[in-house]
Design a protein around this ligand. Structure first.
Ligand code: 6R9
Length: 664
C-alpha cells in the first residue's frame, strides 16, 4: 500500500479548486454537458464568429462505422495569436511580463512584456508574409530556447501558417526527413546556441539538412531565416570564428533582424476556422517514419488554457516555469500556448541544469520567485545525486505546485521532489499526456486531489479513460490493461499530417470505439490511475520517445551489421537506456572500433539523446518459429536476469545461453 498525501494548507488556501468534491462535481458536468462546460470557458476568448449552438462537438471513434473524425466548435472563427496577445493587451495587461528569459550564462537574461511580444510577433509575421508564407503553408523551426522561437511560433499562428518545430538536438538527417515530409516552405533557425559549455552550430546542421532534403527527398526549402544569437550570448567555452563554421547562401539565407527591419508592428491576423490546423509536431512511431501529429485551433486553445489553469492552479501574480524544450509537445502547450492564454508570467530557460553549477535550477527558482515548476523525472533523478544541500541552500519558499511529465515518476524521485524542493508543503502534479493528446489527460490537481507517489491520478475534465484487457473487455474497478479513451476532449489530435489512414490504423484500429494511447495502466482500489509504461515497441529515454525499429534500422545501415534488435534496460538517471544486440555479417570480427562507430552513427542519424549505452555482439537472436524476435527475453538478458520463463516457443533455445555469456 502506498501512502496517500493530502494537499497541504499552503496549497488549499489559495486553490481555485480546493476540494475533491468540487473536482468530482466539475468532472461529472464536463462529461454530462460538454457544451455547457466548455462554452462557458470559450466565453473568455475572442471569436470573430461564434460557434453554432448544438454543434459544439461531433466525432466518430468507431472505425467499423466509418472514418475517424473529431470536430470542436464548428462554425467558430478566431485567431489563437490574437487570443494570446491582443486580447490580453486590450484587457490592460500590455505591460505585464510574458517571459523572464534566462540565458545559458547567468549573466544573460532579459524580459518581455505582452505588448512588446505582440510587436515582435507582428513584425516577424509580416516578414514571413513578405517571403510568400500564407495560410496552410508549413514552416519548420529548428531553434534553441530563445524568445525568437516563441515569436516565430506565434507569428505562424497569426498568419495561419502551420509550424513544425523540430527539437534542435535532432540530427540533420532527422531534420531533413521532417522538413521534406511536410514540404516546408521556410526553415527558421539560429546561428547557434550554447548548452552549458557546449557550442552547437545549428546553422551548420540546417545547411546539411537543406542539402539532404534536396538530394535524398527531392524537396527544396525556399527560405532559411537565421537569428543571430551567438554574438549576443556570453561565450561559455572556446568560441572560434563562428561565421567560418557554416555556409551562407544569399539565395535562400536571410538574417532574422534584416527580415524584420522595416516591418510594421501591426499585422492583420488570418481568421481561422475552429478546425483549421494550428501546428504539427513529429513523434516517433513504432514502425516507419515519424508521425506528423496535427493539432487544430479552437479545441487546442480551450484545452491548453483550462488544463494550465487547474493543473498548475495559476494565479495572477504567480511566476510559472516549465523547463521543457519547445521542441517537444510540453514546450508547445506549456511553455507557449497555455501560459499566454492565461496571461501568465513565465520563465523561459535556455541553459542546462548543470551549468555553471549543479544548482542552477534552484538558483533560477529563487531568482524569479517561481511559484509553479514543471519538469521531468529524468532531470530530478540527475539532480538528486548532487545532494540536498544544492537545493536547500536556496530560498524556494515561493513554490506551491511541482509538476512532473514525460515518464512515470519513480517514488524515490517523487519523495525527493516533495521533501526537498517542495518542503513537504507543495502539491506534486504528475501529468500523464502525449504529443497526441495536446494537453494533460490524467493528473492530480493541487488543492483537490490526494497524491500517491508514482500515480498519475485522475482524469482531467472531459476525459474518459477506460482500461481494457487483451480481448477489449472493459476492466471496471481495480485492474490493469490497455489505457484507452472512449471520447474526445477538445485538444486530441485530428490526424497525422498527410496520412489519415495511418492515424486510423495506429490509434483507432486495435479497439474499435476507443483512442488507444499505447500505454498500459492500472486502477487501484482507491481509483487512482497508474501508468505502467509503453506496451508497444517504444523506448522512453530521458523522456524522449523513440521506437526500437527506428534505432534498429539505423544500426543496420552499417554494412558490417546484418541484423539488430534494440531493447531498453533501466537506467538510474535516464529512466531507460538502449541495449542493442547486433549480429555482424559473416567474416566480420567483433571489435571495439565497431562499437564506437555504431554508437556514433546512431547519435549522428537520430540525435545525441538516442546514443546507445551498450552494444552487444550476438551470434543470433532468440526468435519464435514464425521468426518474431522475443524481446521479452532480450530485455532479461540486457539486465542479466536469468529467470527468463518459458522458452518452448523459441526456434533455437541454445541461443539464450550464448547471449548471456557474450554480454559485455
Ligand atoms: C507529454 C509527453 C508520451 C509518452 C506517453 C507515456 C510517457 C508521459 C507520463 C508518461 C507516465 C507520466 N509519459 N508523461 N508516463 N506518467 N506522467 O511526454 O509526450 O513525448 O509524446 O510522450 O510518454 O508513455 O505515451 P510524448
Amino acid at each position: 500500500m502506498s501512502r496517500v498525501f493530502q494537499p497541504s494548507a499552503h496549497v488549499v488556501e489559495k486553490s481555485r479548486l480546493p476540494s475533491l468534491d468540487k473536482y468530482k462535481e466539475m468532472y461529472k458536468n464536463s462529461l454530462d454537458n460538454p457544451e455547457e462546460f466548455w462554452s462557458e470557458i470559450a466565453k473568455e476568448f475572442y471569436w470573430q464568429t461564434p460557434y453554432q449552438p448544438g454543434k459544439f462537438v461531433s466525432y466518430n471513434f468507431d472505425i467499423t462505422k466509418g472514418d475517424i473524425f473529431v470536430k470542436w466548435m464548428e462554425g467558430a472563427v478566431t485567431n489563437i495569436c490574437v487570443n494570446l496577445l491582443d486580447r490580453n493587451i486590450e484587457k490592460g495587461h500590455g505591460d505585464k511580463i510574458a517571459y523572464y528569459w534566462e540565458g545559458n550564462h547567468p549573466d544573460d537574461y532579459s524580459r518581455i512584456t505582452y505588448r512588446k511580444l505582440k510587436d515582435l510577433v507582428c513584425q516577424f509575421a509580416n516578414g514571413l508574409r513578405s517571403r510568400g508564407v500564407g495560410k496552410g503553408d508549413r514552416v519548420s523551426i529548428y531553434m534553441p530556447m530563445i524568445l525568437e522561437t516563441v515569436v516565430c511560433m506565434l507569428a505562424c499562428a497569426r498568419i495561419g501558417a502551420i509550424h513544425s518545430v523540430v527539437f534542435a538536438g535532432f540530427s540533420s538527417d532527422s531534420l531533413a526527413e521532417r522538413m521534406s515530409d511536410c514540404k516546408a516552405k521556410v526553415l527558421v533557425t539560429s546561428d547557434g546556441a550554447w548548452r552549458g559549455e557546449k557550442l552547437l552550430i545549428l546553422k551548420k546542421t540546417c545547411d546539411e539538412a537543406l542539402e539532404k532534403a534536396k538530394t535524398k527527398h527531392d524537396h527544396t526549402v525556399e527560405t532559411c531565416i537565421v537569428v543571430s544569437h551567438l554574438a549576443k550570448a556570453s561565450p561559455c567555452g572556446k568560441l572560434g570564428d563562428i561565421q567560418s563554421l557554416y555556409d551562407w547562401n544569399d539565395d535562400i539565407d536571410v538574417w532574422w533582424h534584416e527580415l524584420i527591419e522595416n516591418q510594421s508592428n501591426d499585422c492583420e491576423p488570418e481568421w481561422m476556422d475552429a478546425e483549421d490546423p494550428l501546428f504539427m509536431l513529429y513523434t516517433s512511431g513504432s514502425t516507419g517514419k515519424p508521425k506528423g501529429v496535427l493539432h487544430t485551433t479552437a479545441g487546442y486553445l480551450l484545452y491548453a488554457a483550462t488544463t494550465f489553469r487547474y493543473v498548475f492552479d495559476y494565479q495572477e501574480k504567480d511566476v510559472y516555469w516549465c523547463t521543457a524544450d519547445v521542441g517537444w509537445i510540453t514546450g508547445h502547450t506549456y511553455v507557449v500556448y497555455a501560459p499566454l492564454a492565461n496571461c501568465a508570467t513565465s520563465v523561459m530557460f535556455e541553459g542546462s541544469p548543470f551549468y555553471p553549477d549543479n544548482d542552477r535550477y534552484w538558483a533560477v527558482v529563487q531568482k524569479y520567485k517561481v511559484t509553479q515548476m514543471y519538469t521531468a523525472p529524468t532531470a530530478i533523478r540527475s539532480l538528486m545525486k548532487f545532494g540536498v544541500e544544492n537545493v536547500t541552500k536556496h530560498d524556494l519558499k515561493s513554490l506551491r505546485v511541482l509538476g512532473s511529465v514525460g515518464e512515470p515518476i519513480n517514488p524515490e524521485a517523487w519523495h525527493w521532489y516533495y521533501n526537498y524542493v517542495g518542503s513537504e508543503r507543495c502539491s506534486i502534479v504528475d501529468t500523464f499526456w502525449q504529443t497526441e493528446t495536446g494537453g494533460h489527460v490524467l493528473t492530480s490537481l493541487p488543492g483537490a486531489t490526494p497524491m500517491k507517489p508514482g500515480a498519475a491520478g485522475f482524469p482531467f475534465f472531459g476525459v474518459a479513460p477506460t482500461i481494457l484487457d487483451d480481448n477489449g473487455k472493459v476492466i471496471e474497478g481495480p485492474g490493469e490493461g490497455y489505457l484507452v479513451f472512449s471520447r474526445p476532449w477538445p485538444s486530441i489530435m485530428r490526424t497525422l499530417f498527410g496520412n489519415h489512414e495511418r492515424y486510423q490504423s495506429v490509434y483507432f484500429s486495435k479497439f474499435p470505439g476507443y483512442y488507444c494511447t499505447g500505454d498500459g495502466a492500472r486502477r487501484d482500489e482507491d481509483g487512482f490511475l497508474w501508468v505502467t509504461g509503453r506496451i508497444d515497441d517504444m523506448l522512453n529515454v530521458s523522456g524522449h520517445l523513440m521506437s526500437t525499429a527506428e534505432v534498429e534500422s539505423v544500426l543496420t545501415e552499417d554494412s558490417r551489421v546484418s541484423e539488430a534488435a534494440v531493447v531498453s534496460r533501466p537506467h538510474p538517471q535516464k529512466g531507460e537506456a538502449l541495449h542493442c544486440f547486433v549480429i555482424l555479417n559473416a567474416g566480420v570480427q567483433p571489435d571495439p572500433s565497431i562499437t564506437d562507430a555504431l554508437k556514433k552513427h546512431v547519435r549522428a542519424r537520430i540525435g545525441a539523446f538516442a546514443a546507445p549505452d551498450a552494444i552487444q555482439f550476438a551470434p543470433g537472436l532468440p526468435k519464435t518459429r514464425s521468426g518474431k524476435i522475443m524481446r521479452r527475453i532480450l530485455r532479461k538478458i540486457a539486465v542479466g536476469d536469468t529467470d527468463i520463463g518459458d522458452t518452448s516457443t523459441l526456434a533455437d533455445p541454445s541461443i539464450v545461453d550464448q547471449l548471456f555469456k557474450s554480454k559485455p
